[in-house]
Write a protein that binds this ligand. Structure first.
Ligand code: ADP
Ligand SMILES: O=c1ccn([C@@H]2O[C@H](COP(=O)(O)O)[C@@H](O)[C@H]2O)c(=O)[nH]1
Length: 216
């Protein structure tokens, strides 16, 4: 039996409101660290891939789901995957459709990496997830700015009407942010104001990742 120990795996969590700039921060850091580490050593996982499968429900029912409540996530699967990656095992991550509001048939095969950037609104609300994380960030953009960004994005990319974005925002997105996401900021190691283009914060994050890897 092999006694080789798995390579170290650093998991960075990027949390914050919907459309605060989490994906933009994650993709910028990923792109810029690819050059220094090699692209096979760093990857991004979106918490949204771990929304519960809803293929057994009709579309009208799926639209009514509260996607901003912690119970909408398949946490057990996320934790299993994080533990497997840390143990040096590859995982098959579900693909999720925001248009259909459910999992798709396909999965993304994801090999273990030295650095994984995990981004999602509800990550820091869960103690079991927090326990798997080496460093956590909270992107702290003003809610009105987030709403404007979300309105544009959801109409352009997620097949929504203006009325549906406004209704969902009033019914679940804003209340769940205030109840669960905002309070989870207390668990962040670093708070990033404004959003995805905060250059100083991005540089600090890159330097911290390299430091955790013993590179600088
Ligand atoms: N600081 C910023 N200035 C301008 N636009 C931004 C900024 N941060 C993010 N955005 C834009 O806002 C939208 C939502 O950002 P995104 O990173 O997808 O948010 P999240 O992943 O938090 O939901 C995207 O179109 C993104 O390009
Ligand atoms: O089926 C779904 C699943 C999620 N949502 C919304 O997505 C955001 C989270 O994604 P971000 O990229 O962080 O904005 C969350 O606020 C849910 O409301 C959805 O509308 N439908």
């Amino acid at each position: 039996m092999s006694t080789l120990s798995p390579m170290p795996c650093i998991i960075i969590a990027v949390a914050g409101a919907s459309a605060s700039g989490k994906s933009l921060i994650a993709s910028t850091v990923h792109r810029e660290l690819c050059d220094e580490l090699g692209c096979e050593e760093i990857g991004i996982i979106s918490e949204d891939c771990y929304y519960k499968d809803q293929s057994h429900l009709d579309f009208a029912t799926r639209v009514q789901t509260n996607y901003d409540h912690p119970n909408s996530m398949d946490r057990d699967l996320l934790i299993r995957h994080l533990k497997a990656l840390k143990a040096g095992q590859a995982v098959d991550i579900p693909k999720y459709s925001y248009v259909e509001h459910t999992r798709m048939q396909e999965v993304t095969h994801f090999e273990p990496k030295k650095v994984i950037i995990l981004e999602g609104i509800l990550l820091l609300t869960d103690e079991r997830v927090r326990n798997e994380i080496s460093l956590s960030l909270f992107v702290d953009a003003p809610l009105d700015i987030c709403f404007i960004r979300r309105l544009k994005r959801d109409m352009q990319e997620r097949g929504r009407s203006m009325e549906s974005v406004i209704e969902q925002y009033r019914k679940t997105v804003r209340p769940m942010f205030l109840q669960f996401i905002e309070p989870s900021k207390q668990y962040a190691d670093i708070i990033i104001p404004r959003g995805g283009k905060n250059r100083i914060a991005i540089n600090m994050l890159k330097a911290q990742i390299l430091h955790l890897l013993g590179k600088k």
